[in-house]
Write a new protein. Structure first.
Length: 212
């Protein structure tokens, strides 16, 4: 009887220890997920003469590892991605339009400044914080007026992510093994309906939704 009691106590102790380790592991994952997530705070579409421009605001912070990489001269590339689809009850949704804008965040030791560029356009900043502040408020010409039908209801979605495929090879390996090199938002979905009266250039409606 005494031997059975010791075995039972040992089993209970091991079970409690396992539960504790699982709890600590989940807490660690939760903190890690929070650190590598971009928050989508606001998205909206504003009508232009030839279409609609996407304006967005993200909650974006770099981990200490990413900040260190930038300060050592490693450029970071962020993709702002937009998709527009038209729901169809009889078939798969029609993908109407896609757009991607890539932003390059880099540090230039000669001028001791940070640069944020998109294509051939760029702007310099004295601090990394100021560069990230602009990166977190991007804009993108997203929808061509000729590719949508007035009065139809579309589903739009947008996200921002760090493009690890454009990192130097050595850092790509780190990105595969460490979540410190993963930084992205979830897709934010919202409804978009070109106003039937907007074909001549008047404002059209875009109703942001809370779906993720």
């Amino acid at each position: 009887m005494r031997s059975w009691g010791r075995t039972d106590l040992r089993a209970r102790t091991l079970q409690a220890l396992a539960c504790l380790l699982v709890a600590l592991g989940l807490a660690s994952l939760g903190n890690e997920a929070h650190a590598d997530t971009i928050e989508v705070r606001e998205v909206r579409l504003e009508a232009q003469d030839d279409g609609w421009t996407l304006y967005a605001e993200f909650g974006l912070e770099l981990s200490s590892r990413l900040e260190e990489a930038v300060n050592k001269g490693v450029p970071l590339y962020f993709n702002l991605e937009f998709e527009l689809t038209r729901p169809r009850w009889y078939w798969l949704d029609e993908k109407t339009q896609q757009a991607v804008q890539t932003y390059k965040l880099s540090y230039h030791a000669l001028t001791q400044s940070y640069r944020l560029s998109a294509g051939s356009l760029y702007q310099s900043f004295p601090t990394l914080k100021e560069a990230i502040r602009l990166l977190a408020r991007p804009r993108l010409f997203a929808i061509d007026r000729q590719k949508v039908a007035p009065g139809e209801t579309y589903t739009a979605q947008v996200r921002m992510r760090l493009d690890a495929t454009q990192l130097p090879k050595a850092f790509q390996i780190n990105a595969l093994t460490s979540r410190e090199w993963t930084l992205e938002s979830e897709w934010r979905k919202f409804s978009f309906r070109p106003d039937a009266g907007s074909a001549g250039g008047a404002a059209a409606g875009a109703a942001p939704g809370g779906q993720k």
